[in-house]
Design a protein around this ligand. Structure first.
Ligand code: PEP
Ligand code: MG
Length: 316
């Protein structure tokens, strides 16, 4: 049994009946590449580029950015690498890009794409460095914007990416309004990646930085599952892929539920990959779908988890 479990925790992600679910790594920079490769990541689903920008007095130059992006793209020849453009503000303030005014609720303030729309030159430099890194390597670059709120945001970002010569541009779905209007956003977004950390924070109105609100900082909240389902079904209707790159993807039971809700790829911290790969390998797509339906029918996060778990008998 050990050998089987080990064998199943290698290779590409798929359910027991062969439905493919690419399993990708979340990284913060080139330093995370060895763990991603060791754990069999099929690509990068979320490269959080803000670490290049934090804790310094000036923005990184285009050359500095190019070196980091090239190192990441080179590590995954032929594979998908999804780079998130700068997501600063809120819990990640930058010394050189101050908010326009003091923000009593930074999570509801100028962060992510909102900041880039005020400093478009910053985004242009980043996209130019990414386009150049792509030209130098064989990876399949995709870029995505954080904190997209409405169709106008999605269009603005798609135009910025196209202006830099980047064809594959998508958006993170982490604002409830974006999830609710996913069908409209899909008109200009090439793909979706659901950020369940922020989607949960905003859906449950519970600041992710505040301890003591853990009951609401739980992606098993049935309301969050509903938003994921809505987004995945809008994506499917528009012929778009819809991944998840929040912490939810790293929970093996929830990962199966996400697949059952129609999510097409999962991205997570590299060390979670083997357990999620094994959980999928022991569950059929139908079981994942039944688990998802049962979880959405539940009234509480605990009941949702229990209901899903009961319908995934292959899990250890
Ligand atoms: C998320 O919000 O789920 C996400 C993946 O982005 P971050 O955790 O960096 O905000
Ligand atoms: Mg986020």
């Amino acid at each position: 049994a050990r050998t089987t479990a080990a064998a199943r925790s290698e290779g590409p992600g798929r359910t027991s009946d062969g439905h493919r679910v690419p399993l990708l790594a979340n990284i913060g920079g080139p330093q995370d590449l060895p763990a991603a490769l060791e754990n069999g990541a099929e690509g990068v689903g979320l490269y959080r580029t803000e670490f290049l920008f934090l804790d310094r007095a000036d923005a990184p130059t285009r050359e500095e950015q190019l070196a980091a992006y090239r190192a990441v793209l080179e590590a995954f020849p032929g594979a998908k690498v999804v780079v998130r453009t700068l997501d600063s503000g809120a819990d990640k303030p930058l010394a050189f890009l101050p908010p326009p005014a003091a923000e009593p609720n930074p999570a509801l303030g100028e962060r992510g794409l909102r900041m880039m729309r005020r400093f478009p030159e910053m985004l242009r430099t980043q996209l130019a460095a990414l386009a150049e890194a792509e030209r130098d390597t064989d990876a399949r670059l995709q870029v995505m914007a954080p904190m997209v709120t409405d169709a106008e945001d999605a269009e603005w970002f798609a135009a910025a990416a196209a202006g830099a010569g980047i064809e594959q541009a998508g958006i993170m779905v982490e604002v409830p309004a974006a999830a609710l209007r996913a069908a409209h956003l899909a008109e200009s977004a090439g793909f979706f990646s659901i950020g369940t950390n922020d989607l949960t924070q905003y859906a449950c109105a519970a600041d992710r930085e505040i301890g003591g609100l853990s009951r609401f900082q739980d992606s098993w909240q049935p309301g969050v599952l509903d938003l994921v389902a809505l987004t995945a079904s809008a994506a499917s209707g528009a012929g778009r892929e819809c991944g998840v790159c929040g912490e939810a993807a790293a929970d093996p039971v929830l990962a199966c539920v996400l697949v059952g809700l129609g999510v097409t790829s999962l991205s997570m911290g590299a060390t979670a990959l083997p357990l999620v790969r094994a959980a999928l390998a022991h569950s059929s797509l139908e079981q994942c779908g039944d688990a998802a339906t049962a979880a959405r029918a539940a009234r509480t996060p605990e009941a949702a988890r229990r209901a899903a778990r009961d319908r995934l008998p292959g899990l250890a």
